[in-house]
Design a protein around this ligand. Structure first.
Ligand code: 16G
Length: 242
């Protein structure tokens, strides 16, 4: 009953209807994060559809990262990542501390010269040397975020200094940020970004822009991150004394 009725006469195939119904149920928290779904056979019986229909809908949601299958245990609503809005951590650390495997795919990794936006954000002259690192970030193979990072040239010996974690590379070269300024805004993923993240056109996202500084106040990072809105909860402790 969490899922409602599927429409046999409907225009969309049944598995598409079921896929949409499940996705809505997860988005509205009628199905909670980490909740187990009934076995496929039971779902099929309850909904009066074939097991193949159920299997197709679940397969699609697994590949979208909305559901996860655990060997021998069944299918679960994927866990959301709880991320502190006030701690300066890296994507890799966030994933490792939750027992998930961070991985990245390079969109590009190159030396260049600072454009006006980067030069303003990093406090360097326009045209100064920079490195750009553009990545898809994965957790256990599931796309979680797109990140576009710019680092001032003097912070790293070359663009190849970054293999997996940007912060590890900056750390090795004594330029890991210890303080950051960050802003966050809601976005909808469309076109290329939706495709790269494997989410539906118009899916919700968080745009997060971070400027990171080393202890002496020198800017070392300007990153624009696009986090999947359905995969994160941002949490913070609030105090009356600012
Ligand atoms: C996080 C940061 C990003 C940083 C990256 C480094 C947010 C919103 N963004 O994704 O600014 O560049 O971590 O991660 O937290 P890495 O060391 O794993 O490459």
């Amino acid at each position: 009953d969490v899922i409602g009725r599927l429409d046999e006469q409907g225009r969309a195939p049944l598995y598409q209807q079921l896929r949409r119904a499940l996705r809505d149920a997860i988005a509205d928290n009628r199905l909670a994060a980490e909740e187990a779904l009934p076995p496929e056979r039971i779902l099929a019986e309850q909904l009066g559809v074939s097991r193949i229909t159920v299997r197709k809908a679940l397969d699609a949601l697994v590949s979208e990262g909305m559901l996860t299958r655990r060997q021998g245990a069944g299918t679960f609503v994927a866990a959301r990542v709880e991320k502190s809005f006030s701690k300066l951590t890296s994507f890799s650390e966030d994933m490792i501390s939750r027992g998930r495997k961070p991985e990245s795919a390079w969109l590009s990794r190159a030396a260049g010269s600072a454009n006006p936006e980067e030069s303003l954000a990093l406090g360097i002259g326009p045209g100064s040397p920079v490195y750009r690192f553009n990545r898809i970030r994965f957790a256990d193979g599931e796309p979680m975020a797109l990140e576009y990072s710019t680092v001032p040239g003097p912070c790293l010996p070359s663009e190849f200094a970054v293999t997996e974690s940007l912060y590890d590379a900056l750390d090795i070269h004594s330029s890991r940020p210890v303080r950051a300024l960050q802003r966050l805004r809601a976005v909808l993923f469309t076109g290329e970004k939706a495709k790269l993240l494997g989410v539906a056109e118009g899916a919700p996202g968080l745009f997060i822009e971070r400027r990171g500084f080393v202890r002496e106040g020198r800017p070392v990072e300007f990153t624009q991150s696009y986090y999947r809105g359905d995969a994160y909860d941002f949490v913070a402790e609030l105090n009356t004394q600012g």
